[in-house]
Design a binder for this molecule. Sequence first.
Ligand code: GLN
Length: 474
Amino acid sequence: MITISQTLKAIDESSYEEVVSQCIERIKNNKLNTFITIAEESALEIAKNINSSKNHLQPLAGVPVAIKDNISTKGIQTTCASNILTGYVPPYDAHVIERLKEAGAIIVGKANMDEFAMGTSTETSHYGPALNPWNTDHVSGGSSGGSAATVAAGEVSVALGSDTGGSVRCPASFCGVVGLKPTYGIISRYGLISYANSLEQIGPIATNVKDMTLLFNVITGYDSRDSTSVQIEKDYTESLVNDVNGLIIGVPDEYFGEGTEPAVEKAVWDGVHTLEGLGASWKKVKMPHTRYALAAYYIIAMSEASSNLARFDGMRYGLRLTKDHDWHTTYSEIRAKGFGEEVKRRVLLGTYALSAGYMDKYYLKALKVRTLVKQDFDLALKDTDVLIAPTMPAPAFKLGEKISDPLTLYLADVNTVPINLAGVPSISLPCGFDNGLPIGLQIIGRHFDEETVLRVAYTFEQNTDFHTITPEVR
Ligand code: GLN
């Protein structure tokens, strides 16, 4: 794995162009299928000219970055890993891309993901799964699997993902890297192609908490083009303090349910005890509505998806069928060919949940459950500073193991989706290994209190060495 400071040092010792071209070579040689599009030409062009722009003075000057393929990049194909967007080249940049460019970062390509961010393993990608660098027989997690795997494999030092129900934290956990799902509203979603917009946020992924924070600092900030964007200006690097003295950690039993592997349970408790040894205290907290969160999440996410994906009609973006037909035939033909099985399943179920007669029973009920889940967090965090729980109940599963059984796959999200329902921030970072595969620990905080979450994560990292262990990429 490589850090931002190692990348900057390499630039000092060679050149912007050399560092970008080496990065692209690594991506091509690894065969982990981490990227859908490699932006070789534009990345090299920017690297060549960076000295003549003012960008070489910026904090991420020349640092190669991978972008999940559901974030719009001007001039670079953006597919959401779906056949329906094949060939779509956005005419504009997402807010986060504008910010990254201003900070001098160089976009080397678009990272592989589950189709329209629907999945937990990157196996629903039209382009095939991104492989786990720790063991290529295993999934990299999802839906931002390409973003986490490329960082874990040392192809790039930082990447962006998006997290609707765990898609930054799950692959971060499975690939042994650090990922943040920020508070809803902190990062503009302008230019993020929506899956379930009331739940999702763009999030940074890196090999360590400091790099992740540097990236986070760059992409946060108010944006009038996103009506949910919040006006907060903070320098989050100030939270990187190696001190948890006096902090209170809440541990919810509900997050160590039936499917939790013993190795995961042990590693997470060891993590809590590490922090206890550093001056924090812990207590059990009750989050009784956790058991309803998964069902509520899937109803809300699918309902929003059915509405958000209606725009893919074969007229405006991407894939086109040449045959001359009436509107209904064209619309159904393009969607039949353009969407994969999981996307179709969700559009159908979401449409059903929103239809007259069923809306009260499913969608509105799910919204009520969402309020109760949020109340659980408000109460649990009233007299604690953060909550700690396993990110995923088990380490990365094998490719093909769960993909044919959607319900089993959905169950893997049990510990990540409540956080999105509530809109609170959460970081996943490595806390152990089981059979050579990484285990992730999740630190959850109050709304807009990324500072405490970062402080606890930084302290944990400074006092453990899990982040220094690197996979041997085959
Ligand atoms: N696995 C979850 C889903 O399929 C979360 C996906 C995400 O966060 N984008 O909905």
